[in-house]
Write a new protein. Structure first.
Length: 366
């Protein structure tokens, strides 16, 4: 299997629906979560989505940002932060944690769900010790006769124990399904733009002015004109023929305006501020950069991070009484002047000492 198929996944044949008495691993309606996605004709593919610059940039911003955050573990009873097990920040010991969580974030963004397959467990309580990310398109499911419960999982057509598949269920059906038509329109516009970039001159036709030209002369004229276009050279036509233009140029069909419109629509659908994907360059100012970061967290990353936090807080990853939370302090902290003003107030009212402030800013204590 190619590396790309392992990361992105290739569609596999879905096993036939079989009746089974055993309860499904997930007590959910399979049609609600999976059937609609795989059967919707307007669903876009990942390749179509990544061909649209707005989505490609949004994907990279969202996934790399989520992957850069440290995940802390807290004790509920005491409210103290404790050392997390390695699986929390590095699920797969063979690759970096940032790589795993970046792909998990993409799966949640594009498909609305993500998978980790258990590789090793702790012997004392069976909690997950190591797990690998599995591309959603490599996974198929087996349901009961009514297709209301998932009772089996397959990876590349091979059955996997239900307890080894850890599912991160998102809050919607995923971007590829939710905005399939808009993505397809964006991909078509990019192909159109590429066509004009390769051949910026409009489609033309040579029209005879009445004289009957022999076939060999027509071929010579067409060959010379074609070479001139390709080489960006000057072409010559005699009085026997007239050149007429067919088609439209990008400005006539408002190609740039259409691409900008699709970019803004996709920004809204993803939930990412247009400033981050340069769809609205006029809003890109330093003064609102901090607010834009907060908007990115609140409207785009928060739902995804909440799904990951709550799934990792379940008992198959953490002992009872512990929970996982992303550390956003560094990402959301203000500029140095704002932080200094806050620290001054906190120090004056006795909330923080100078040494605590130095520690917060990673400065050497005096």
């Amino acid at each position: 299997m190619k590396l790309r198929d392992l990361l992105v996944g290739a569609p596999t044949i879905k096993p036939a629906v079989e009746a089974a008495a055993a309860g499904g691993y997930l007590p959910l309606n399979a049609n609600d979560y999976f059937g609609g996605y795989f059967s919707t004709p307007t669903t876009a593919t990942r390749d179509e989505a990544m061909a649209v610059p707005t989505i490609a940039r949004a994907r990279n911003i969202i996934c790399s940002t989520v992957a850069s955050f440290e995940i802390d573990v807290w004790q509920k009873s005491t409210g103290t932060k404790i050392d997390p097990p390695r699986v929390i920040n590095q699920p797969d010991s063979r690759v970096t944690g940032a790589s795993v969580w970046s792909w998990i974030a993409e799966d949640l963004l594009f498909y609305g769900f993500a998978y980790l397959r258990v590789l090793n467990r702790y012997s004392e309580d069976g909690r997950v010790r190591d797990a690998e990310r599995i591309a959603p398109l490599r996974v198929t499911t087996r349901t009961n006769a009514n297709a209301t419960e998932i009772i089996g999982y397959y990876i590349d057509g091979i059955a996997v124990p239900n307890e080894d598949m850890k599912v991160f269920m998102g809050m919607d059906e995923g971007l590829l399904n939710r905005s399939g038509q808009t993505i397809k329109a964006g991909a078509w516009l990019e192909k159109t733009a590429l066509t004009y970039a390769r051949e910026p001159a409009p489609l033309t036709v040579m029209k005879s002015n009445g004289a009957s030209l022999p076939a060999d002369r027509i071929r010579n004229l067409l060959d010379a004109w074609s070479r001139g276009r390709k080489e960006r050279a000057t072409a010559f036509l005699n009085a026997d023929v007239t050149l007429e233009k067919l088609g439209f140029n990008p400005s006539e069909i408002q190609l740039n305006e259409a691409r900008q419109y699709i970019s803004l629509e996709l920004s809204r659908s993803i939930g990412i501020p247009a400033w981050f994907v340069s769809s609205d360059p006029q809003s890109n100012t330093y003064s609102n950069a901090i607010n834009q970061r907060r908007d990115l967290i609140d409207y785009s990353l928060r739902p995804m991070m909440t799904v990951i936090e709550q799934r990792l807080s379940q008992s198959d990853f953490l002992p009872s009484g512990q929970y996982a939370r992303y550390d956003l302090d560094d990402f959301l902290r203000g500029n140095p002047l704002e932080r200094a003003q806050v620290y001054e107030i906190l120090n004056r009212i006795g909330v923080m000492t100078v040494d605590e402030i130095r520690a917060e800013e990673d400065l050497i204590s005096s």
